[in-house]
Design a protein around this ligand. Structure first.
Ligand code: GLN
Length: 468
């Protein structure tokens, strides 16, 4: 047992008792990084000297691995894109400031799909990440590096970001707890934007306790992000004492459980999870979210639309890569973007620009916004009747590299995670077992209403207890 194998709770206990200090933990992370990262590729870069310096300045703090789209002053922030290769952040994101203020330090930069667009981390332009449970398979995405770092014990815990499932699906593939907070619960200031009305940073951890500790550190009002309300941040870790499923009304959304094409082992593990919840005292209630079938189409209009606007700033002038081939300012923009962005990012920019163009705006973007409201109302209605929903997290366990060739099949990975993202509610993936034939981890998703993170974490904690 190395220090890097610990979770946050155990690491904090050891620090408090003086059994070790932050430098000991960071040195352990570095040893594991040197030994394992060549094979797993969880980290894109790891500034050992920076991590050790922070550890020495904050000897009671716990190092956290950071997805490479969150700005840390003086560190690279590439979003796994060639267009940001060589970019160094001039400032800390609010989540990083919050981490530092609460006894954590950032440590290492995790790989991801380029600009968080993807479900396998195969869209990274800067490196390959392998699933620590089976090196021939993907870690999921877009927070695949963070998930592989947690699941492969290359860190104590990590930050990911989730726009349509990018924390929850890789957490499912790599046997981690992954929490997508309600929209606005966590500041997005200093987090490179993909789709601003959906993006949320959240914890990826080895236990529900750790997720609660990390979320408490991250969450709260931020003057720099107008979408964070002044809602007080509950003491999530304290709320987990005595967490129980007894009397919890657990909704089974029929639209999720009747979907075709779900892997039979995912089905079995989800059904067993539901049965364990019932045995632990949860009251099962069948519910319906009738607009679920439109969520995918709505997401693939709204997210690319917002992405096309957000990514306009990467133009070869203000940030990162600048083409050597340009003749004038227009060709500088065009060539820098053509050379800098990968195929999936270009696809999203083209789709997003199209759905926002005059003449098509009402037919696509305007309409998608209306259907998004209907999806949100589905959740409001259901959460008047139940405390939480239980669903599969991803339709399959981790798949092999290059197994999903066409973009649409890749998009289907987020079937179960996208609706809650559109509704802005909170959701989490919790490790739930392994497939029989291939021995791959599978997570189950729990969903609660907006700003109901306390309840979500309590349900997840009690559920985690049914597995032991
Ligand atoms: N896989 C989805 C996409 O490609 C979700 C990504 C995310 O949550 N960042 O858009």
């Amino acid at each position: 047992m190395e220090l890097v194998d610990l979770g946050i709770k155990a690491a904090q206990a050891g620090l408090a008792k003086g059994e070790f200090c932050a430098r000991d933990i960071v040195e352990s992370v570095i040893r594991r990084y040197r030994e394992k990262n060549g094979e797993i590729g969880a980290y894109l870069t790891f500034d050992e000297e920076h991590a050790l310096r922070l550890a020495d300045a904050n000897p009671k703090s716990v190092p956290i691995a950071i997805k490479d789209l969150i700005n840390v002053a003086g560190q690279p922030c590439t979003c796994a894109s060639k267009i940001l290769k060589g970019y160094v952040s001039p400032y800390d994101a609010t989540v990083i400031r919050n981490l530092k203020a609460n006894g954590f330090i950032p440590c290492g930069r995790c790989n991801m799909d380029e600009f968080a667009m993807g479900s396998s981390t195969e869209n990274s332009a800067l490196g390959v990440t392998r699933n620590p449970y089976d090196l021939t398979r993907v870690p999921g995405g877009s927070s695949g590096g963070s998930a592989a770092a947690v699941g492969g014990n290359l860190c104590i815990a990590a930050l990911g970001s989730d726009t349509g499932g990018s924390i929850r699906q890789p957490a499912s593939f790599c046997n981690c707890v992954g929490v997508k907070p309600s929209y606005g619960r966590v500041s997005r200031y200093g987090v490179t934007a993909f789709a601003s009305s959906l993006d949320q940073v959240g914890p990826m951890t080895k236990s529900v306790d750790d997720a609660a500790i990390l979320l408490k550190a991250l969450a709260g009002r931020d003057e720099m992000d107008g979408t964070t309300p002044p809602e007080p941040v509950p003491d999530y870790p304290a709320a987990l004492a005595g967490a129980t499923l007894k009397g919890v009304r657990l909704g089974l959304p029929k639209e999720y459980l009747e979907v075709s094409g779900v892997d039979p082992e995912v089905k079995r593990i989800t059904e067993e999870a539901i049965a364990r919840c019932a045995a632990a005292g949860a009251e099962l209630v069948e519910v319906s979210l009738p607009h679920t079938e439109y969520a995918m189409a709505v997401y693939y209009i709204i997210a690319p639309a917002e992405a096309s606007a957000n990514l306009a700033r990467f133009d070869g002038v203000r940030y990162g890569h600048r083409s050597e081939m340009s003749r004038d300012v227009m060709s500088l923009y065009l060539k820098s973007r053509a050379e800098g962005f990968g195929p999936e990012v270009k696809r999203r920019i083209i789709m997003g620009t199209y759905v926002l163009s005059s003449g098509y705006y009402d037919a696509y973007y305007g309409r998608a916004q209306k259907v998004r409201t209907l999806i949100k109302r589905d959740f409001d209605r259901v959460f008047a009747k139940v405390d939480a929903l239980i669903t599969p997290c991803a339709p399959t366990p981790a798949f092999k590299f290059a197994e999903l060739q066409d973009p649409l099949t890749m998009y289907l990975n987020d079937l179960f995670t996208i609706p809650s993202s559109l509704a802005g509610v909170c959701a989490a993936s919790v490790p739930s077992g392994f497939t029989r034939d291939t021995n791959l981890p599978v997570g189950v998703q729990f969903v609660c209403g907006g700003y109901e993170e306390t309840r979500l974490l309590q349900v997840c904690k009690a559920y985690e207890g049914t597995l032991q």
